[in-house]
Ligand binder design. Sequence first.
Ligand SMILES: [Zn+2]
Length: 301
Amino acid sequence: MRHDMGDWHPESPARLQAIEDQLIASGLANLIEHREAPLAPVDALARVHTEAAIAMVRDQLPPAGGYHPLDADTLLNEHSWQAALRAAGAAIAATDAVVTGDVGNAFCAIRPPGHHATPHTPMGFCLFNNVAIAAAHAMQVHGLQRVAIVDFDVHHGNGTEDAFSGDPRVLMVSFFQHPLYPYTGVHPPGSAPLNLVNIPVPAYTRGDTVRELVRRHWLPALEAHRPELIFISAGFDAHREDDIAAMGLVEADYAWITRQVVEVAQRHASGRIVSCLEGGYALSALGRSVVAHLKVLAGLD
Ligand SMILES: [Zn+2]
């Protein structure tokens, strides 16, 4: 809540408050267990990020009340390093809890988001790649052989792709509006790494089309990969009310996608899912979509 990038910035502390408000309004807040996010150890960041990328955040914090721009729309304030460590720390703690069977699945209501952060640089509102750090932790600390990353943010998860492109242990499935920031993820025919299922879709694509693409492209790949744990880069900015992009998903679409992921996880991963918040900037739509997502994860839909 103390990491902010300026009053004008859509990636704001109000996003977490909007989620909390909808969890309370829906009654879901009383039915799920809440845990505080610990700080990630720097060693865990270093499984994905270079020392230079880590130093860009750690060593450039501005004085109180100031901002340090890393790019045009990614800024640090005095609290950003701590917030970034807690965001990654939440993903790691959730992974530990799910892998050890302490909980069935987990959602991390975290910011800053992560999926644009590459091994070499923060970018696109993201400082460190929370999902990639947690996936690397799952493989290196818990010894998992196969994990999957499902990315349904409206933007391409270029940082996650950079971290795992060509790594046969990690299947990444995604759709994203194209063309749109960060203008990556579209590979010439025949040249895409085999562990990536990237589905670029045009502006104004609606949920029925996305569901058909998920059925046709994501689900067979997920079945074939047999992941032992599924991570979700849960961005809700493909919602039709979200003006940062121009897609037409609604809460029911997020519930449907989540149900497909839950069913794959039940078949191959003992139900194990770690979902991490990415984008989603229309505050009411964000809160309602997270509720739809969590109802399915909690088996309350
Ligand atoms: Zn996004």
